[in-house]
Design a protein around this ligand. Structure first.
Ligand SMILES: *Cc1c(COP(=O)(O)O)cnc(C)c1O
Length: 463
């Protein structure tokens, strides 16, 4: 990503080294379609609309902050993934990015499968009618109760993450008289983030069983012997917010290498390979994500080529995009509370939410963009930091961005690309209430996750 200091930007040395801002965009009223949901536009009065609804009206009806989700965009992205991979592959939406019953229904209707990683996510999926055989259950420490519920429900696959879990799932399945379909999650020594990947000893993390030292091969050996398990494939997930396909190339090469070793040792060709998720989206105009059909083509070619080299039948591929489907479909709508210029530094814009509705900036140093959405403005741009209302100086939503210099309390601003890992990671820090998720489509809005109330908070406090 190229970064250059704003010519009229701050002079303070610390800020210059710390800042991540690009030059201000030529037109602050423009909405880059890369970072905004598909149906977002600015109307003739300068008000931003989504799905045909003005944000001013959404704010009046549903309050702020609110996550506003473009349902048509969600469905279009889900369908694009489904279509790109065709019938010879499976697309599992990673529910941890954002899960609600409405989302489960949309996925079901669009023909996607679903990844869950906890009893709560499984309960959400089942309560919205997702067929259990299209659900995959992940996680490095599933409880025996969660495993039992998943097996009883008939989930399509459980992704085994440790030697202990191999035995645990086999035992539970056998006691229920079931042969559970499982994949074994391995770590291939590749870690990919954004534009780079590192192919070294990245087994040093909690997920999966290392390929190194023959541990993954040993896991397969044990699992194949257990009556309660039907081993259907190998699973690998290499990172998040990835743009560069070379990490997948190395991962596929190593996974196929294991499939070949398994064939040679056991005489079985496992029928599936799961390459995980982690495909990147545009949070700012500097990001250039790939389209699902390019990703599908690249992954299919890589796996096919590797399998030809190893003289294996090409297994069925599955992928698990979360962020790439839901991330771009939503923005967070905030009302500006205070505007505080700090001489020679920047202007702090405080909104009515913060790290409780978007922890990614504090947690991962994530970058976001922001726009004034309740009106257009011709004012000069100013360098801002959008901060929340929490009692914590790290409570930053957008670290560096430009907004019009006439920004004032009461204006509505929106942070795009907050569909993934924002509501799902939201907290009640400072007893701030979690915002609703409002889905908009064809000029109509409906709440799919309602705003938390003080009553909700107090109900848990039984002291
Ligand atoms: C988190 C995760 C995903 C989804 O990652 P995204 O970055 O949202 O695409 C997919 N598979 C597994 C196993 C994961 O842990």
């Amino acid at each position: 990503m190229s970064r250059s200091a704003h010519p009229a930007g701050p002079r303070h040395a610390d800020v210059l080294t710390e800042g991540h801002y690009s030059a201000p965009p030529a037109d602050l009223n423009a909405l880059d379609p890369k970072v905004w949901a598909q149906t977002v536009e600015r109307d003739a009065d300068g008000v931003v609309t989504v799905g045909g609804m003005a944000v001013t009206r959404l704010a009046e009806e549903y309050g702020t902050p609110a996550y506003v989700l473009d349902e048509a965009d969600f469905r279009a992205r889900a369908r694009a993934w489904r279509t790109a991979f065709g019938t010879d592959a499976d697309v599992f939406y990673a529910g941890k990015a954002f899960l609600s019953r409405a989302v489960v229904r949309w996925l079901d209707e669009e023909g996607l499968n679903l990844d869950v990683c906890s009893g709560g996510e499984l309960a959400t999926a089942l309560s919205a009618g997702m067929p259990a055989d299209r659900v995959a259950f992940h996680g490095n420490n599933k409880s025996p109760e969660e495993i039992e519920r998943a097996v009883r429900a008939g989930v399509g696959r459980i992704v085994l993450d440790s030697f202990q879990e191999i035995v645990r799932v086999a035992h539970i399945a056998q006691s229920l008289g079931v042969r559970q379909r499982v994949q074994i999650r391995i770590t291939v020594g590749v870690e990919a983030h954004t534009h780079e990947f590192i192919a070294t000893a990245h087994e040093d993390q909690k997920f999966g069983i290392p390929l190194a030292g023959g541990q993954a091969a040993e896991a397969v050996r044990r699992a194949l012997q257990l009556d309660g398990l039907e081993v259907i494939g190998i699973h690998s997930h290499i990172g998040s917010q990835i743009f560069d396909m070379s990490g997948f190339e190395v991962a596929a090469h190593r996974v196929v290498g294991l499939l070949k070793d398994i064939r040679d040792e056991h005489g079985v060709e496992l029928p599936e390979i799961d390459l995980g998720g982690g495909l990147g989206i545009a949070y700012t105009s500097d990001d250039d994500p790939r389209e699902p059909h390019e990703i599908a083509k690249a992954l299919t070619e890589i796996v096919t080529r590797e399998c030809e080299g190893a003289r294996l039948r090409t297994p069925r591929i599955s992928v698990e995009p979360g962020r790439a489907i839901v991330g771009p479909t939503a923005f967070t709508l905030y009302e500006v509370g205070t505007v505080k210029p700090l001489d020679g530094l920047r202007t702090y814009v405080s909104v009515d939410g913060g790290m409780s509705d978007n922890i990614r900036t504090a947690l991962y140093d994530a970058e976001y963009s922001v726009a004034l959405v309740s009106r257009a403005s011709d004012a000069e741009s100013m360098l801002v930091r959008v901060v929340g209302k929490h009692c914590e100086s790290g409570d930053i939503v957008v670290k560096d961005a430009f907004l019009p210099g006439d920004l004032a309390p009461g204006d509505l601003i929106a942070v795009p690309a907050t569909g993934a890992y924002c509501r799902s990671m939201a907290s009640n820090y400072n007893h701030v209430l979690r915002p609703p998720v409002v889905a908009v489509r064809d000029g109509e809005a409906r709440v799919i996750v309602r705003r938390e109330t003080e009553e909700d908070l107090l109900r848990l406090d039984v002291g």
